[in-house]
Structure formats: structure tokens, C-alpha cells
Design a protein around this ligand. Sequence first.
Ligand SMILES: NC(=O)c1ccc[n+]([C@@H]2O[C@H](COP(=O)([O-])OP(=O)(O)OC[C@H]3O[C@@H](n4cnc5c(N)ncnc54)[C@H](O)[C@@H]3O)[C@@H](O)[C@H]2O)c1
Length: 293
Amino acid sequence: MPKAILAIVIYRLWPKYGNFDTFLGLVRQYPTHLNLSYSEQVVMSDKPIALVTGGAQGIGLACAKALADDGARIVLADINAHEVQAAATEMGNDTVGIACDMGDTDQITAMYDEIEAKHGPVSILVNNAGIALPGDFLDTSIEQFRQVIDVNLVGVFASLQRAAKGMVSHKIEGAIVNMSSINAVVAIPTIAAYCSSKGGVMQLTKSASLALAPHNIRVNAVGPGSIDTAMLASVNANPEAMKMVMSRTPMQRIGSAKEVGDTVAFLASKKASYITGETIYIDGGRLGMNYTC
Ligand SMILES: NC(=O)c1ccc[n+]([C@@H]2O[C@H](COP(=O)([O-])OP(=O)(O)OC[C@H]3O[C@@H](n4cnc5c(N)ncnc54)[C@H](O)[C@@H]3O)[C@@H](O)[C@H]2O)c1
């Protein structure tokens, strides 16, 4: 596309993407920096970008579908390169799939740089990627503990901070939703690192909400109870374990990934415009029972 036409296209979208410097920068850098096809430039124009980490399956994919229904263009990031591409293809609507290990801060930085260069700044972030690595408390190694914290807490911080920097520099009044858990509040002895990380996410959400409120960037979290995904496969396959989960679930059923996705989409939407720093628990009433395990 000739630079003059590109300039007109970007100028039309300029209010959405930031200040005049950004506009000039985009025009100047084309086409060496923005090496995009025509269709990508057009798609870049009309939808806010929503990045969902751990988006290849389960709760992350459900969040992505709910946000797409609300009009966002989706970028899925996942450690599983094959699955994330398959999920992006399945979603259609120019969904992008990117391989990224959310436990590796260099990869996180590189991913944001790539998204901004190719598709534009992130307006909505769902920090969903998470692992549990269950095991006996006394046998848990430092390496195992650190692995969980690296993905579930350090990665969440790195992603949140980098997304917020992009929002601030592009003057985007964005929304960030972190994936916590009821285990931020109630503990299970075999997943100490997981419980620690999710408690950390709850407090990180509050701290970040205070830091970013002056920029009109909202930061919230959701804390699911027992949700029907691969993470719950061992419970689903074990009637005794399921009976125990039901004994502490007032609504007497497992939650669906869609129910979490819909809550995340609500928190990311203008309907939640005065909510920040909160964690909403999606647990069928479980926390109200005050059972720990
Ligand atoms: N399922 C539940 O009952 C439940 C309850 C509370 C909280 N959660 C939280 O919800 C989130 C999603 O869980 P889920 O149930 O959908 O699990 P899942 O295992 O079905 O999906 C997790 C996704 O994250 C990806 N992932 C794992 N490690 C990654 C990494 N280092 N970098 C990037 N991607 C990575 C996986 O490839 C997978 O696609 C997690 O943060 C989890 O802690 C789940």
C-alpha cells in the first residue's frame, strides 16, 4: 500500500491508537517495521486487541470466546505452540496464536513487542496461564516450587507490567483480569506453591490497581472454584474425589469454563467501569462454607 494511503488509514484510527507521535512513528516505520499484509492492517483498525495467556484450551479459550463475542480481536498465547495455533484457527475472525512460555520473562517481553509491531497495542489482558504441580509437601523441591511461582506469579507480574506500559504509552484506558483461584484464600496441602501463587495474584491485583488507577487502567481478578477443564481431570475421573468436592460445593455441581469466561468478559467491559482491585470468586458458593479441603 502506498505510504500516502497508509497515512490516511492510520490518521482515521489515530484517536484509538494514541498521540501524534505514535501516528508519525507508524507511518515512518512502514513498511520495514510494520511488515503487514493489507488484510492485517485493515483488521488492526477496528477492534481492541485482547491478549489471553494460556489461551489454547480450558478457561483461557473460554475467556477468549467471550471477549470475541464482545467485539475484541483475540491474541492467544500459550506454551503449547501446536495447540495455540489450532485454537486460533478454530476461533477464526483473524485470531492470532503465539507460542510463549509465561514462565520466561524474556519471551513475555518479546511477545508484547511482536504483538504491538504486527497488530497494535493490547487493550485487554487476561493473565490466565497457570500450573499446579501437585505433590507431597515435604517432598516438594525448591525447583518445583519456583517453577509454579515463575509461571503463576512472576509471569503474571511481567505480563501485567508490560501490558500496562503499552496502555499508558498509547493512552489506552485498558482492562486487565488476572486468574486467581479460591486457593488464594483456602489452602490445600499438596499444592502449596499454587496456593501461594494465587494468593500473590490476589494482592498483586490490588497493588497494580492502585498504581494504574491514575491512568484509568482497571486491574481485577477472578477466583474460580472447581471448573470442568483438563486441570480437574483427575477429580472428574475419581468418584470419591468428586464426592468430596461436591460435599463442599453448595450449588452441587462443577462450574464451566464459559461461566468463568463470561465473568472475565464482564470485568473487561465498560459495564465494570468502576470496579478495580477486586477478585470475584466463581465457586458455586464454596468459600461461604469456610471449608479448607
Ligand atoms: N480448572 C479449575 O478448576 C481452576 C480453578 C481455579 C483456577 N484455575 C486457573 O485457571 C487457569 C486456567 O486453568 P485451566 O483449568 O483452563 O487449565 P488447563 O490446564 O486446561 O489450561 C491451561 C493452559 O495454560 C497453558 N500453559 C501452561 N503453562 C504455561 C506457560 N508456562 N506459558 C503459557 N501457557 C501455559 C497450557 O498449555 C494450557 O493451554 C489457571 O491459571 C488455573 O490456575 C483453574
